[in-house]
Design a protein around this ligand. Structure first.
Ligand code: DGY
Length: 330
């Protein structure tokens, strides 16, 4: 009997083709909506592999219903939706899609930095509303990036790719990371390490690039928003729950910081009350990795991970290699 793989949302052909070539029986949620929890709980009972989206909660109660599950391949670099130790406890391998989305996410971060600095969305709305009545030296004056300080929190692959772009814009690059970068990497990026609060206080653009864990829940809270310069912008392409959105709305409304540009939200797809009413905020529907090339690469990587693990092999992107040590094979 062919192994069964559940794919919780339509994915690019690169992934589906590979699964079909490998003769897996594929069960796909092809509704144009995230899979419902109840449906996931039912379908998980009969599958060997799962390709999950970042909004599918893969937790211990779900895994209890999955006697034959051997692999969860998350179609994302972030893994905060998965209880990895519960998977490990059941011998289920977990993989993600690191690396392939670095450049796309860094590009989108810069799109947001520029959109916020140059008031691109606000100006687009103004024009479409028929309010443009000729060139005006005072119209939509934004902020130059040249010479401004970019504060990067989380200086992994994506943070470094953002720093590279910032160099080309002649920005000053500061960063915070639990373990500072090796000196030669920091020198190449002209990136200066700062303690977290110091970084927050001095940044003109504060950009988040760290993974979400409960330890960093609301890292950017009211106290840190208070520390930010009045002319500063907050950029978030990492995870929504890193920011206390209620406090952010208050700070933006009161003009205590200049603006925010957000691709991620704590309770996606819901927005914090009041956020969408503000002019000094740019909002995107979680598009960090959304280029055709990147999404195809992510789908291929997730499908390859499933193929590899169901063939008893250990892929490089496995997050809990211990499962291979627990058993000699699958
Ligand atoms: C990820 O991979 O974690 C991103 O948020 C997807 O765009």
């Amino acid at each position: 009997m062919s192994p069964k793989v559940l794919i919780t949302r339509n994915i690019p052909d690169t992934g589906m083709d590979l699964l079909k070539e490998s003769n897996f029986e594929c069960i796909i949620n092809d509704a144009d909506l995230p899979i419902r929890r109840r449906e996931l709980e039912t379908l998980i009972a009969e599958v060997d592999g799962l390709i999950a989206m970042l909004n599918d909660r893969i937790d211990a109660p779900l895994l209890e219903r999955a006697p034959s599950l051997k692999v969860v391949a998350n179609l994302a670099a972030g893994i905060d939706n998965i209880d990895i130790s519960a998977c490990t406890g059941r011998g289920i391998a977990v993989t993600n899609t690191p690396g392939v989305l670095t450049e796309a996410t860094a590009d989108l971060t810069f799109a947001l930095i520029l959109a916020a600095a140059r008031r691109v969305i606000e100006a687009d709305h103004y024009l479409r509303e028929g309010r443009f009545n000729g060139w005006d030296p005072l119209l939509f004056r934004g902020t130059s990036l040249q010479g401004k300080t970019l504060g990067i929190i989380g200086m992994g692959r994506i943070g470094q790719a953002v720093a590279k772009r910032a160099l080309a814009f002649n920005m000053k690059i500061t960063y915070f990371k639990r373990s500072p970068l090796p000196a030669e990497v920091a020198a190449r990026l002209k990136a200066e390490y700062h303690p977290l609060d110091d970084l927050v206080k001095n940044a003109d653009f504060l950009s988040l690039h760290l993974p979400y864990t409960p330890g960093v829940h609301h890292l950017i809270n009211s106290k840190r928003l208070d520390m930010m310069k009045p002319g500063a912008y907050l950029i978030n392409t990492a995870r929504g729950a890193l920011v206390d959105e209620k406090s952010l709305v208050k700070h933006l409304r009161a003009g205590k910081i200049a603006g925010a540009a957000l691709d991620v939200f704590e309770h996606e797809p819901l927005l914090a009350p009041g956020l969408a009413d503000l002019d000094n905020v740019t909002l995107l529907p979680h598009l960090g990795s959304a280029t055709a090339e990147t999404r195809s690469a992510m789908a291929r990587m997730a499908a390859e991970s499933v193929c590899c693990i169901l063939a008893g092999e250990k892929p490089e992107n496995i997050l809990n290699p211990q499962v291979f040590e627990q058993k000699s094979g699958f």
